[in-house]
Design a protein around this ligand. Sequence first.
Ligand code: ZN
Length: 435
Amino acid sequence: MDYTDIYEEYPELRDLKPRRTSPRRSRKRGLTNSGRLIVLLAVILAAAALLALILTVTRAETATVYGKDGEVKEVPSGELESYLAQGWYASPDDLTEIKLYAEDGSVVLARRGDAERLAEKGYYSDITKAYTNMYSEEGRTLYVPNTMVDVYKSRGWHDKLGDIITSLYKSDGSKLAVPKAQAAAYMEEGWTDKLLKVAKKMIGPKGEEEMVFNDDVDAYLKKGWTVAKRVVDPDQPMIALTFDDGPGKYTDKLLDCLDKNNSAATFFVLGELVETYPDTVKKANDIGCEIANHTWDHLNATSAGGAETAESVRRTSDAVKELIGKGTALYRPCYGVYNEDVLGEVGLPAIMWSIDTLDWKTRNADSTYNTVMDDVYDGAIILMHDIHEPTVEAATRLIPKLVEEGYQLVTVSELLEYRKGGAEKGQVYNSAKPE
Ligand SMILES: [Zn+2]
């Protein structure tokens, strides 16, 4: 680091230098050689007494100031401020040399008494105001000038400790936080960063929920607890599979696969088909899938207008509510078309997608499977249609594969809840990438 005397190197701070015009020196009084010693002594004593009296009287109204070169001076209290402004200091401690730090990385020397005024110019005695503590993936740490933070970030450093630390677990309940770069070595010794691999969410007799490490699961089972089927770990990748235009005759097969893999999907159903396949809708709800809204009969919202679309959505929601006890919370515009009028009238969050399989067009299971596996990422919302047999075939291959790759298959509401803190009415959502 480069240390600089701030008073030499920073011209704009020169005005902080003591601006002292030639100081008045106490005049030496020449003593005359008098023959009469007694008289002289008397005069000296009288003068001393007078001086002592004057000092006593005036002391309360003077202040001591300290010059940068070590001068000490008594000045009238009323003039103290002006002396300080001219570069004198109120305390000898103010002359102590200290280091100040600027955001550009310069380290300068200054007198303690100037620290407050220099802070206004961006020089801080507290290094944390000008520098940021940064962390490398290997767990090293370093103070970096604030203006260099972005440069360090581009080299892979992080300004939040949480970014480089990962939590590791064992089935006996052991926990450990290690730098991410070291995690692989720990995992070879039986640690995992996926809590759900070594713990299960369990539900107690009164409905209470708890994460229980695998070694303790049996003890909980004996106490009457059960293992929750589907658990979402917010720290692990998650995606939302969505199926439009159903339910249909292949949907049940899809539900069985989801259930077997402790996974869920969101079905944007048509109201008229809810009436045709009521048991399928109930089953989807029972296994934790979300029933969402795709209008009664695949209405083109921009042609129909906001009022008619809202009516079609409401009618569908009522049909769903009659079956499962709750209406639909999400709306997907048919053909992906909508406008402000539609969003306002429908009054639900509008859910689009970020990966379009084009399954309705290709009607090819391999194509649908490959599109998803090639494009999938944490936070994706994937569009498919469960009324086509090749789509359901693709999905039954995709679901176990995605789970194996570490993706949690969650509903759209869950995805938005974990990643966006919920979904707002009238807002449009395409995906939910982690922030
Ligand atoms: Zn559709």
